[in-house]
Design a protein. Structure first.
Length: 490
């Protein structure tokens, strides 16, 4: 994550209703900022070249999570027989699958229909955002904007917009290896996968970070043969080690091939196949390949450096905790800042920027209270300080860890994989972080987020009654176990 080092003068004085705000980018950072500025009485123009919602809605978060939600139903269906459920015909007799030699019927994914629905939902969400901005009085200009100095934006070299405040929220795009350029037919970036009309016979997913793991898990659940290529020794190298270990075990149990310590160097299409060459000379063959090897900020060529806005060596915009750049009146939010690549963070940065620019009271952004979720099966949700950070800081802390298979509700649902883990300071018992690995972990992490944000102790969390039986009961039980745990330090 780029260092947050930008400095700028103090907040401007409160402005009147004619304060002109121009926003570059209509993703979560941009459109949330636009709404906040309009509610504060500013004159707001939003410039977007792709479609409202930006990549988050049109090609990234909304489509990918819709695809993953479909795949989730497939993983649920896998547990049906274990729970005593089988498919039956109109006569009440079990239904057999002729294609599987008379074995019990299994569900199949119609990928053409799945992706059609994915695109439909993304477009509907984009339209909803446009309608809301229109109702709130935000002026939307379609095109590509660039700065012409700090207080002027030019759109497509034809429209000039003067501004008192500019917010840059231009996002990021998939990183492309020059030796594996996506063609949208056999070799894909994650924005192109929704063109597929048939389930890949064998898809090679290069990159075992969040995006790679999510798509690998989704296509595995949908029925494709998946090979996950990781340059590191495990999947999700930046995440909690225990959580990553659970997910990799689940991937292997479901038949996925995981190649650790295997860096992809190139890919080429040979007929109707794809060959991915690894750095050790091995060649992995499949019908399709997805490259999920990070992203690059969309900050080049839009006049930022010419306007005096400092960029990091990676091209991200330097910002402080209230989203200021190095130039007075110019703010930035979202993936182009490199702070945290989350839609929730982008939206928060955008709202903070507008509050600061318009002279309202503002709470600086605190990355230590941000909850994040990886939409695999099981999901991995985290908040607060990680164990790695606690060790690096040399703090004494306690860890409480409870496997999910002890939870009665999990047993009822046939859930075997997952756990709850809490980190607390040894001296005070204050909860400083947590990890949940479970189905719908993104929902279960919220109580831990409240605990971290409000500096609650483990005893206070444990004192709150939970429903019995419930998966959230494991949160309270894990909090009860904090007392008496061995303390660790970096």
């Amino acid at each position: 994550m780029p260092q947050v080092t930008a400095t700028a003068p103090a907040a401007p004085e409160p402005q009147s209703g004619d304060h002109r705000v121009v926003i570059l980018g209509g993703g979560p950072g941009g459109y949330e900022a636009a709404l906040a500025a309009r509610r504060a009485g500013a004159d707001v123009t939003l410039v977007e070249r792709q479609g409202l919602g930006g990549a988050a809605v049109l090609t990234d978060v909304v489509p990918s999570k819709t695809l993953i939600a479909t795949a989730e139903w497939m993983t649920i269906a896998e547990r049906a027989s274990e729970l005593g459920i089988s498919a039956v015909g109109p006569d009440g007799e079990p239904v057999a699958d002729p294609a599987a030699g008379g074995a019990p019927v299994r569900f199949r994914a119609d990928l053409a229909r799945v992706n059609e629905r994915v695109v439909e939902l993304a477009r509907a969400q984009s339209d909803d955002i446009h309608d809301r901005l229109d109702r709130e009085g935000v002026r939307v200009v379609r095109g590509t904007g660039r700065l012409d100095g700090p207080y002027r934006v030019v759109v497509d070299d034809s429209t000039t917009l003067d501004a008192d405040t500019v917010l840059v929220a231009v996002g990021a795009t998939p990183r492309v290896l020059p030796t594996a350029v996506p063609d949208g037919e056999r070799i894909f970036s994650w924005t192109q996968l929704y063109r597929l009309t048939e389930l890949p016979e064998r898809i090679i997913v290069v990159g075992s970070g969040v995006t790679g793991a999510e798509f690998a898990g989704a296509y595995n659940a949908l029925g494709a043969d998946v090979v996950l290529v990781s340059s590191r020794d495990r999947v999700l190298p930046g995440e909690d080690a225990d959580a990553a270990r659970v997910l990799e075990d689940v991937f292997r149990q479901r038949g996925m091939t995981v190649l650790g310590r295997s860096r992809a160097e190139a890919a080429r299409v040979v007929g109707d196949r794809v060959e991915v060459t690894l750095s050790d000379g091995r060649v992995v063959e499949g019908s399709h390949a997805l490259f999920a090897v990070g992203s690059v900020p969309s900050t080049r060529g839009i006049g930022l450096e010419e306007a005096g806005v400092r960029l990091t060596p990676s091209g991200h915009v330097e910002v402080d905790r209230v989203s200021r750049t190095s130039v007075r009146g110019v703010y930035a939010a979202g993936d182009c800042t490199g702070v945290l690549p989350l839609a929730s963070v982008a939206a928060t940065q955008g709202r903070i920027a507008m509050a600061h620019a318009l002279g309202d009271a503002v709470q600086p952004f605190d990355p230590g209270t941000v909850a994040a979720n990886i939409f695999t099966a099981p999901e991995i949700a985290t908040v607060g300080l990680s164990e790695r950070v606690l060790r690096e800081q040399g703090e004494r802390y306690v860890v409480s860890h409870l496997p999910l298979d002890r939870n009665p509700r999990a047993k009822m649902l046939g859930i075997k994989d997952g756990f709850v883990k809490l980190f607390a300071r040894e001296s005070t018992g204050i909860v400083v972080g947590g990890v949940v690995v479970a189905p719908r972990a993104g929902e279960l992490i919220f109580p831990v987020t409240i605990a971290v944000a409000q500096r609650l102790t483990a005893d206070q969390v444990a004192a709150a009654l939970s429903v019995y039986p419930s998966l959230s009961g494991s949160l309270a039980e894990t909090a009860r176990l904090v007392s008496g745990q061995q303390a660790w330090t970096g």
